[in-house]
Design a binder for this molecule. Sequence first.
Ligand code: AMP
Length: 195
Amino acid sequence: MNIILMGPPGAGKGTQAKILEEKYGLKQLSTGDMLRAERAAGTELGTRVQAIMDAGDLVSDDIIIEMIEKRMNEKDCANGVIFDGFPRTIPQADALGLMLKAKGTGIALVVDLAVDENILFERVEKRAAEAVAAGQPVRNDDKPEVVTRRIREYKTYTAEVSPYYESRGLLLRLDGMQPIDLIASRIQAALPAKK
Ligand code: AMP
């Protein structure tokens, strides 16, 4: 079973992904985390995407699709994947559809978590403050000017990607301001019975 979680930065995608992962034995793939890991490891890919990410821009579809395709072939993805932060463009959505089809599977549900912009800033600021308190570095893309840009970018891509899945009857829009448990149960209720 494969699920897509969509939502702006700070909407709670990571939290919901963790819950689904435990409940259904799925693997969360966050393209943002994967790219950050590449950077931390100092790989060639990491170096290539550094400036793009720090500016809050989108990494090219080719890079993202290749990275996901490679990762999905690993064993821990065999039960299914929760995509977090992907797909962000129509070419990415098309490529994902083809990739899953080739594996004899598809997308079970696409969840779009909507959150008020002001609250998003508060959440991201909190995340930055928590990182500082824990002696960890603040993500470059959690800086206010970059967050503004990422929210704008989210609106642009979601305006494209949401209708893509809505027209396929797969989109579930939820208010990300609701309690974590309630959002989790709404998602579970919308999933097909088959795991
Ligand atoms: P995220 O943690 O999902 O917000 O991603 C952080 C940054 O990684 C984004 O601002 C983009 O620069 C890049 N990124 C992550 N996922 C994608 C994607 N699916 N397509 C293009 N760029 C991405």
